[in-house]
Write a protein that binds this ligand. Structure first.
Ligand SMILES: [Ca+2]
Ligand SMILES: [Ca+2]
Length: 223
């Protein structure tokens, strides 16, 4: 899997920026007022079960909302190309176990691109580290490949004009897709979350255009 270098750097920097110290604390989420109130006294020194509980408890996320950025890569079903892109959006927790999301996203590849509005919902455990499942939709503009063997133009710049199989890229009117999603959340602190996700995009352009999209998300929440 190809991960753009900028994303790899971000993944290294984010835990540092959000405070590595909290990674080792059993009361990791004291930056959130709800969590802080619940665990203000903290478990006794020898109370390992109590310490474990406060180190994994993420029930405080109910009611949180905030912006996120994400970056990812998309792999076309037939392995013909990969696209890289980014999303900027907002995610909110209606309860500690479900969240909803809306974002603008854009992806570009060698000859293709798409951009539009992404929405989705996720179900997860109220824990500091949790897998999740979700469903989402994407609606926007995209490119499509068209036959270009009789337009008198060397569309792919390979020195041959209108050779057999030559195609050109055209903006398409509209692309809609729905996707199931799986992933993993990790909360470095009570208000910041790292997410790894993988989606299977089922598009209106037919099964040949179905894609895997996988990426990382960094979110900052508040009440
Ligand atoms: Ca050509
Ligand atoms: Ca041509």
């Amino acid at each position: 899997m190809v991960i753009p270098r900028s994303i790899a750097v971000l993944l290294v920097l984010i835990p540092v920026m959000t405070g590595c110290g909290s990674l080792l604390k059993s009361r990791y989420a004291m930056d959130d007022p709800v969590y802080a109130e619940k665990y203000q006294d903290g478990a006794e020194k020898g109370d390992l079960a109590g310490k474990l509980k406060q180190s994994v408890d993420a029930r405080h996320v109910s009611g949180l909302g905030g912006p996120f950025v994400s970056g990812g890569a998309q792999f076309r079903g037939k392995g013909e190309s990969a696209l890289a892109g980014a999303e900027v959006g907002y995610e909110s927790y209606g309860s500690s176990w479900h969240s909803s999301r809306i974002s603008l996203s854009g992806f570009v590849g060698h000859e293709d691109w798409f951009a539009g509005l992404d929405t989705g919902v996720r179900l997860q455990l109220p824990a500091r580290v949790t897998p999740f499942v979700g469903v989402g939709t994407f609606n926007g503009l995209s490119t499509t490949r068209e036959d270009a063997t009789d337009d008198g133009v060397d569309n792919d710049d390979d020195g041959r004009t209108d050779e057999r199989g030559e195609t050109k890229t055209e903006p398409d009117a509209w692309l809609s897709s729905v996707y199931p999603e799986v992933g993993l959340h990790f909360w470095p602190t009570g208000k910041s979350r790292l997410t790894f996700y993988s989606r299977y995009l089922v598009t209106t352009e037919g099964r040949d255009s179905d894609d895997w999209l996988t990426g990382f998300q960094y979110s900052v929440f508040s009440r």
